[in-house]
Design a protein around this ligand. Sequence first.
Ligand SMILES: [Zn+2]
Length: 84
Amino acid sequence: MSENCPRQVCERVRQLLSELLDDELRGVVLEEVRTHLRDCPDCVLEVDSVKKTIRLYRQCSCQDVPVDIRIRLQDVIRRAREQG
Ligand SMILES: [Zn+2]
């Protein structure tokens, strides 16, 4: 298992992040994401920063606004990608 970082899996995990954090993932997909997070520090960092963003956002707004959070998540993910 010493292949190059499986970027396709990373992409997929990042696309599923908001669902993961919303507890919407089930079964095989959830398992796949969890397994990947065990092996991929990059994606763990990503999950971490998204979690922090959500927490900050909820503290500020005191409201549950999932759609806004999702838009914000996409922004965070895009920035993380640009930073490389
Ligand atoms: Zn990854």
